[in-house]
Design a protein around this ligand. Structure first.
Ligand code: AHG
Ligand code: MN
Ligand code: MN
Length: 366
């Protein structure tokens, strides 16, 4: 097969850098290291059962291991986390890392130089889908380390990550689906790269991705509907009412249970995703995590002309208070996200019994 004329991720990053002569080469090198980790994870995921990669990770003491979130770790969660670390701990670009799978911030080992960036990641998103061969992915965010950390070279703390998403320098995800893709923003639009399996290189295939402002597709885990707050119930109810309801059009619904795959679908053809704050567990204000799920996906959405929100305020304005903080997340087509935000602002008394989810003829009743 002849070499295609498409630019590789490396070429793309070098050309971007030429447009910003003040940018350092460190940053590009860091993104290439992240991309290498994603390629390694893509291979591990692709071998599945053949690689002995499926199932739960066994802690040394026996039994399945549990992460700081209280979630059972899959073998591939742990392997993917190790791959992120080994691809990124030696290069001298990072002051430290944070991960869904590590309770505490990761310190760069003493034998390596420390740099000026922080990398925070969800090594494998949607990992509950691993055993059933459904698309999963990795999500990452790059922040600048606080100046005091850069100047002193001291160990990092969780507080060093407590920067609003608007301060992210770059964000992206890799999707391990029928093709492996890397979707990246460095704050200048969103570009998608497809892994060429012959060359092992990411090639630019989706230039300057834009999300349609309107949509007729929504994604939410409806099994939580009894815990939803009124504005969310109202929004979903109106979608379900379709042509005959206030929206005057029919909606389609999708739920993959891999947020990264939902984000990619929405990036490609529009849609709205909701994992809102609900009343299921008062100790958890939302299911997804701010620093390595909501913020990087939020930056990508906004850079592609979409919107990301808590429902009440723009996601990228939220100042984090914990490394593993959970938050309600709504993202996707701009006009739908704005509508959901409007419903949160409107103090309309919304009666559950008016909701077709629970009414006489209901989705969830015989
Ligand atoms: P992770 O696998 O990193 O823990 O994240 C899983 C998340 C997200 O990908 C998905 O949208 C959501 O959990 C699925 O939630 P439900 O189990 O409620 O469907
Ligand atoms: Mn996740
Ligand atoms: Mn994960």
């Amino acid at each position: 097969m002849p070499l295609s004329k498409r630019s590789t991720l490396t070429q793309f990053l070098i050309e971007e850098r030429r447009r910003f002569p003040s940018a350092s080469g460190d940053f590009n090198a860091l993104i290439l290291d992240v991309a290498l980790a994603c390629k390694a994870i893509a291979r591990a995921v692709a071998f599945g059962e053949l690689g002995g990669m499926l199932g739960n990770h066994d802690a040394e003491a026996g039994g399945a291991s549990v992460n700081v979130q209280g979630e059972t770790q899959k073998k591939l969660d742990v392997i993917s986390n190790d791959m992120f670390i080994s691809a990124n701990n030696w290069g001298g670009h990072l002051a430290g890392m944070g991960s869904e799978e590590m309770d505490e911030p990761y310190q760069i080992p003493g034998q390596y130089p420390r740099g000026k960036y922080l990398l925070v990641f969800d090594p494998l998103d949607g990992s509950s889908n691993i055993d059933v061969n459904v698309s999963v992915g990795s999500i990452f965010s790059i922040l600048r380390a606080p100046q005091a950390v850069i100047d002193s070279g001291r160990d990092i703390t969780a507080e060093d990550f407590f920067q609003p998403g608007a301060q992210q320098l770059a964000a992206g995800y890799a999707l391990y689906g029928p093709t492996t893709m890397l979707v990246l923003t460095v704050g200048d639009g969103v570009n998608g790269f497809t892994l060429d399996p012959n060359l092992g290189e990411f090639k630019l295939t989706h230039h300057n991705i834009q999300i349609p402002h309107d949509t007729q597709e929504f994604a939410i885990n409806a099994s939580n509907s009894r815990f939803w707050e009124a504005p969310v119930k109202r929004y979903v109810d109106e979608c379900l009412a379709g042509k005959t309801g206030p929206r005057g059009k029919d909606f389609n619904m999708r739920w993959i249970a891999s947020m990264v795959a939902e984000a990619h679908r929405i990036l490609m053809r529009g849609g709205v995703f909701m994992y809102p704050r609900d009343t299921k567990d008062p100790s958890k204000p939302g299911r997804l995590r701010l620093l390595y799920e909501a913020n990087p996906i939020g930056m990508i959405m906004e850079q592609a002309g979409g919107r990301a929100s808590t429902g009440r305020e723009p996601m990228l304005g939220v100042r984090p208070t914990a490394l593993h903080q959970r938050i309600g997340l709504v993202f996707g087509s701009k006009n739908e996200v704005e509508r959901i935000e409007r419903y949160h602002r409107e103090p309309v008394a919304y009666k559950d019994d008016a909701n077709p989810l629970f009414a006489e003829r209901s989705l969830f009743r015989d």
